[in-house]
Design a protein around this ligand. Structure first.
Ligand code: KG4
Ligand code: ZN
Length: 337
């Protein structure tokens, strides 16, 4: 390994259905290329794991090349590699991991393995490095819905997670049932914009045990029942009202848990992150809740909410600075959960 201080980092993210590569100089993102597979999975109403890993294999070379091109750098300039280890689809994760291992082996450079969920939280720090700890972070994506308490940098205390479906998954499944395509969140948001959110009644999910776990499968079942009972479809005049009511309930379920945690955990800042954090209703309500508690709210810009390698690189850099002796680690393994 060279003696010069590592400065330039190449990060790769392939945990689900986005192939992404980013080049960073320290914590500054120079390029962040995201190639979405939405069109491939859309006919199936959800991600098909085998198709996802095959597409990553096809795209990874191009995406990494583009990230270097946009940064005006070559592979020989890279000092440090970062890659998502998990959680995610195992076949997809392995594509990124193996690719990065090959590069690191060839160029004899260290690799920092990164947790995908922690990277989503880190996305908020990319645009606001000075976020004050302790932090309460609500992560809402297609695969996960979790609440974290971070007392200090790189300390992640999981307060609660979903016991069944993730919030994004719940949106995706209802959209699939209505044949609205994948991903469901953005389509639902579009319809819901002009709808009356008080038109349909949904009960909020209630957990029977204390704590901060979430549950969305009951809400999904209730939504499917209302769709059937009212014969709702793409062209039904009440579809916008239904989707606005449904989206509103998902947002309320998420924020009710966060509000309870705010009473118990003294925090200085709030973070909202993950793909569903692109949703305008959720962003607005989250900011309002923060305001009520006189706390600053940090939500990454929409591009950094979706899976991207920039957030992976940013977290890798933070980890590297905390523990510079990261190994040149060809043993690094993927973990699906
Ligand atoms: O974080 P992400 O890109 O991938 C995972 O790690 O899962 O999140 C994808 C999820 C999908 O469920 C998608 O429907 C949802 O984020 N999503 C949205 C919006 N954009 C994406 N949900 C609600 N409103 C949106 N605008
Ligand atoms: Zn994600």
């Amino acid at each position: 390994m060279g003696k010069k201080k590592p400065r330039l980092l190449l990060a790769v993210e392939t945990s689900c259905d986005e192939t992404s590569a980013a080049v960073l100089e320290g914590n500054k993102i120079l390029s962040n290329i995201i190639l979405s597979q939405d069109e491939i999975h859309s006919p199936y109403g959800g991600v098909v794991p085998e198709l996802a890993s095959r597409q990553h294999i096809k795209s990874i070379d191009y995406v990494v090349g583009e990230s270097l091109l946009q940064a005006g750098l070559g592979l020989e300039d890279i000092d440090l590699y970062a890659v998502t280890q998990g959680p995610g689809l195992i076949g997809s994760l392995l594509v990124g991991l193996t690719f990065v291992k090959g590069l690191a082996y060839y160029f004899q450079k260290p690799i920092v393995g990164v947790d995908h969920l922690q990277a989503h939280i880190e996305a908020a720090f990319v645009e606001n490095p000075g976020i004050e700890y302790p932090v309460l972070a609500l992560l809402v994506s297609g695969g996960h819905t979790s609440l974290y308490f971070l007392e200090k940098p790189l300390s992640y205390r999981l307060l609660g997670k979903t016991r069944d479906d993730a919030a994004g998954e719940c949106l995706d499944k209802v959209a699939k049932f209505l044949e609205l395509g994948y991903p469901g969140g953005p389509v639902i948001e579009k319809y819901a914009q002009n709808g009356d959110s008080s038109r349909f009644h949904f009960s909020l999910p209630r957990m029977k045990t204390p704590g901060y776990d979430f549950s969305f499968s009951g809400l999904k079942t209730a939504a499917l029942r209302i769709i059937r009972e009212n014969n709702l479809d793409k062209n039904h005049p009440l579809l916008s009202d239904f989707l606005a009511s449904f989206e509103e309930t998902v947002v309320r379920a998420l924020l009710e848990n966060l509000a309870r945690a705010l009473d118990e955990f003294q925090s200085s800042s709030l973070i909202l992150c993950g793909g569903v954090a692109r949703n305008k209703r959720l962003r607005t309500r989250f900011s309002e809740l923060a305001q009520q508690h006189h706390l600053p709210a940090y939500i990454p810009s929409p591009r950094l909410c979706t899976d991207n390698a920039g957030m992976v690189g940013a977290l890798a850099w933070k980890k590297y600075q905390a523990t510079p002796k990261v190994c040149f680690d060809l043993e690094l393994d993927a973990y699906p959960r």
